[in-house]
Design a protein around this ligand. Structure first.
Ligand code: XMP
Length: 329
């Protein structure tokens, strides 16, 4: 690999060359490793001409907004504007079940919000935003549209990652993607050099479209998001308590659009089924399902059914990538 110190110096120079002295830059922070490292890097290059925005799209995990805002302010000293766009996203997603359609809608809403934010900067503060920072990584680029001459053989779009292929062509802001040639482990290394806290750098990846690609079918299905948040939190917390969080590339729960029959107390139930997925991986391009101890799975399943209303069955995903992708949609 490359020396990350050199990559950092090089990227800072590129950004300083690209962004004119009167230009301002918007960065969409997702709360994940990639966008945070990208923002920290750009901040180092252009200082307070960077304006970070964190969008609560209503598709975030349990307490994610509070946790993320606290980290940015307390640990990273990155000034962030939080936009609550829950209604805006969920109303557009209502009734939509096609996975690609969901991704397109979400990508489009994000861009609307960034454009609005750019207008606000210009109108209210006299700052002209010209660029948008994205934490796109090399695997995202390859999977969405392989760069010409990359020697990669994918001939079609596997999924339109919203931070790559899913962006509308008519977006006014130009893109800055400082991590575009890097893999995840390299981004974590870069983050370390930039003094991003280690605990933060170890966070599992979380997809841009959020829980929308983990609630299969209609995201606005009654209580689906709420149930998923609770189940996911129990699963992740159990993984942390077992001391295995850092051995796993990514772990999460999936809400299935079906019901199954169960018996709880002496009541027959007809409730939701959730799936648990955990994988190991180097770069997200291929992955193996993670083999938990039986005792661990037994405890998690019990805890979920006992404490999350509306769930009476827990299943585990035991497929690798390929043939499956990591996310279910
Ligand atoms: P898949 O499901 O394609 O996921 O095997 C590979 C990795 O990418 C993440 N992922 C996304 N990240 N925007 C993102 O920023 C997206 O649209 C997106 N889709 C998938 C996924 O969580 C996994 O780590």
């Amino acid at each position: 690999g490359w020396k990350m110190e050199d990559v950092l110096d090089e990227e800072i120079k590129v950004i300083q060359g690209k962004v004119g002295p009167e230009d301002h830059v918007i960065c969409a922070l997702s709360g994940g490793v990639d966008s945070t490292v990208a923002a920290t890097l750009v901040h180092k290059a252009i200082g307070d001409r960077l304006h970070c925005v964190f969008v609560d799209n209503g598709l975030l995990r349990y307490k994610e907004r509070e946790r993320v805002m606290e980290t940015f302010e307390r640990d990273l000293h990155l000034p962030v504007t939080c936009v609550d766009a829950t209604e805006q996203f969920l109303s557009k997603l209502k009734g939509v079940v096609d996975p690609e359609m969901k991704r397109k809608i979400i990508g489009k809403e994000f861009i609307c919000i960034f454009d609005d934010f750019a207008q606000h900067l210009e109108r209210d503060l006299g700052k002209k935003a010209v660029f948008l920072v994205q934490g796109t990584l090399y695997p995202d680029v390859i999977e969405s549209c392989p760069p010409p001459g990359s020697g990669r053989t994918h001939s079609h779009t596997i999924k339109s990652h919203h931070n790559v292929g899913g962006l509308p062509k008519d977006m006014k802001l130009k893109l800055i993607e400082p991590l575009k040639l890097l893999f995840k482990d390299e981004v974590r290394e870069l983050g370390k050099i930039l003094a991003v806290p280690t605990a933060f750098l170890k966070r599992h990846p979380f997809p841009g479209p959020g829980l929308a690609v983990r609630v299969l079918g209609d995201v606005t299905e009654e209580n689906a998001l709420e149930i998923l948040r609770q189940v996911d939190e129990i699963f992740i917390q159990s993984i942390k308590d077992a001391g295995i969080y850092d051995s796993i590339w990514q772990a999460f729960a999936v809400f299935l659009p079906i019901r199954s029959v169960g018996v709880q107390g002496d009541q027959r139930t007809h409730s939701h089924v959730v799936a648990l997925r955990a994988v190991t991986s180097q770069d997200g391009m291929t992955a193996d399902w993670y083999n938990f101890e039986h005792k661990f799975l037994d405890n998690v399943a019990r805890k979920i059914c006992n404490s999350v209303r509306g769930v009476n069955r827990v299943v585990q995903d035991i497929t690798s990538k390929p043939p499956s992708t990591i996310e279910w949609e």
